[in-house]
Design a protein around this ligand. Sequence first.
Ligand SMILES: [Zn+2]
Length: 82
Amino acid sequence: MSERIGNTFVIQEEAAQQCDLCGKIAELRPYGPKGECICFECGMKDEDGTVKRFLEVAGLNNPPKETDENAGENPATNQGQK
Ligand SMILES: [Zn+2]
């Protein structure tokens, strides 16, 4: 479950479910092209779109900067992925 506690938006790990795009059982995020719940791998197939939706879901409207500095960082991954 993800929930808002006070002024803090808490993202907790969720139970594994079946990916809407590839069918894999994994921890899913609602960042599919049409709001599907998708796995990390599918998210990374459309990284730009996933980042955009991640920001929308998180309530942030700042578009991701396209810089080489961030090449090794995926905002969609820092939610408890190990
Ligand atoms: Zn998938």
